[in-house]
Design a protein around this ligand. Sequence first.
Ligand code: FMN
Length: 194
Amino acid sequence: MRCIAREWPRKKETHGRESTRHMNPKLDTLFARRSIRTYREGAVDDNTVRDLLEAAMAAPSAAAKDPWEFIVVRDRQMLGRLASGLPNGTMLSTAAVGLVVCGNLHRAHDKQLSYLLQDCSAAIENVLLAASMLGLGACWLGVHPREDRVAHIRSLLGIPEPVIPVSAIAIGWPGELKDSRTRYREEMVHRERW
Ligand SMILES: Cc1cc2nc3c(=O)[nH]c(=O)nc-3n(C[C@H](O)[C@H](O)[C@H](O)COP(=O)(O)O)c2cc1C
């Protein structure tokens, strides 16, 4: 079951000449990561969640402050309540696991929100890549900086004030297949100077 996503042939989606020119096969695992929003039935075991958390905490972090904190949510009722405050995150109610990624401002480099957000974003991306590599489907659900979403997640999960919920990640066995791709556009690349 775990390997079903790997068995599906993953076509490379094309977005114009430039994007088809490369997509180096050595980076296949990276291009295969897509936002997966529908999930099949099936549990994601604790060892797999541990894999994802180890991937998260392998991310780069400014001055190695590691300001991140993670809340693993499996309770179906709680997943539904969390989803009800995320307008674009209703699929969280159907995920096997929700991972709420938070940052502790007291531990962030220079106690700066920007460092906290950059560090947490690196951790989130690592989780998404690891999930894809393990054949799971996952989707980043935005929380910060929407104040209503931050307040909703904070109150449901009892998150203390210096800790900021940055995102939730819905994780489950994929119920949809998406093509590998890059959204590479040459006009966004500046060489030597603007
Ligand atoms: C900061 C951020 C917030 C996002 N919030 C949501 C969200 O609330 N709901 C959702 O379905 N996808 C969300 N996404 C996923 C994006 O929609 C998705 O990454 C984008 O459409 C590109 O598609 P891909 O991930 O399949 O490459 C978010 C992504 C980021 C980086």
